[in-house]
Design a protein around this ligand. Structure first.
Ligand SMILES: C[S@@+](CC[C@H](N)C(=O)[O-])C[C@H]1O[C@@H](n2cnc3c(N)ncnc32)[C@H](O)[C@@H]1O
Length: 210
């Protein structure tokens, strides 16, 4: 399929809502979740880092601001989101490579990154895209490199379960993520933390390329 005709779920669910996305995320506490994910990854000095589905660029800008010597790349299929990300990077005074593309066909060489991030992106993918994406992440990671993900998961308590069902029925990363990571050849795949936002329950995962 011609990738320029391929559809995807944009950041705020609908293309016309993109200008509101950053404000929504701020209200819902997403910035703290991204900062926690960056912390979790313990990015080493001089690392090459990729975020798949970087959207409006908030995580890549935080990453580059905290790790000035890292080479940071963000990719997303949405040209409008990438344009917001470019403006954000410029305002923050950081240099980030921002590429248009899909996570299940990454345009990067094998073993070219030390860390790969996915922030509230995985639930936008169909089942077959999830497996292919994990395979691509593993391909572009260096030996010993790691993948770090935060996303919505089914709620584990009463009220949160009802809210999660209303907003994310069938769209959370579900419980199959760790088996899928292992199937893609990752090791040490684990859920490392769990929390709640106004928008539902979230969990943090990591996996290592052996
Ligand atoms: C909810 S937004 C998250 C954006 C950003 N990571 C953040 O933390 O704000 C999900 C992003 O995934 C992107 N996306 C959807 N399908 C994708 C795909 N197949 N490959 C890569 N990115 C995709 C959307 O364009 C959107 O920008």
């Amino acid at each position: 399929m011609d990738q320029s005709e391929r559809s995807y779920i944009p950041a705020a669910g609908q293309h016309w809502m993109l200008p509101l996305y950053d404000s929504f995320v701020w209200i819902l506490g997403g910035n703290a979740s991204r900062a926690k994910l960056v912390e979790q990854a313990a990015t080493p000095p001089g690392a090459r880092v990729l975020e798949i589905g970087c959207g409006t660029g908030s995580l890549v800008v935080v990453l580059k601001t905290r790790h000035r010597d890292a080479q940071v790349v963000g990719m997303d299929p949405d040209p409008k989101a990438l344009s917001i990300a470019r403006q954000k990077a410029e305002r923050a005074g950081v240099k980030i490579e921002l590429d248009q593309g899909f996570s299940d066909r990454l345009a990067y060489p094998d073993a070219s990154f030390d860390r790969v991030f996915s922030s509230f992106m995985f639930h936008h993918l169909k089942a077959e895209e999830r497996s292919a994406t994990l395979g691509e992440i593993r391909r572009v990671l260096n030996k010993g490199g790691s993948f770090h993900l935060v996303d919505f998961v089914p709620a584990r308590s009463g009220v949160a379960r009802v809210i999660g069902h209303l907003f994310h029925a069938g769209h959370g990363v579900e419980d199959q993520l760790i088996p899928l990571m292992e199937k893609a050849g990752f090791v040490d795949s684990a859920e490392v933390d769990y929390g709640s936002t106004l928008f539902g329950s979230i969990a943090y995962f990591r996996a290592r390329n052996p």
